[in-house]
Design a protein around this ligand. Structure first.
Ligand SMILES: [Zn+2]
Length: 44
């Protein structure tokens, strides 16, 4: 069931930036464990 998968991800703890300790947007789960600011790779 797709709903079970959704629940699984919703129950996962939020990723935390290893630099500033801030929560990381889940859209960046494929990147390093740093937030946009600390990575400095946000689109200009
Ligand atoms: Zn950070």
């Amino acid at each position: 069931m797709i709903q079970n998968i959704v629940e699984f991800f919703r129950n996962l703890p939020a990723k935390v930036c290893s630099e500033c300790g801030g929560t990381i947007d889940e859209q960046h789960e494929c990147y390093s464990n740093k937030c946009d600011q600390c990575q400095g790779v946000t689109s200009l």
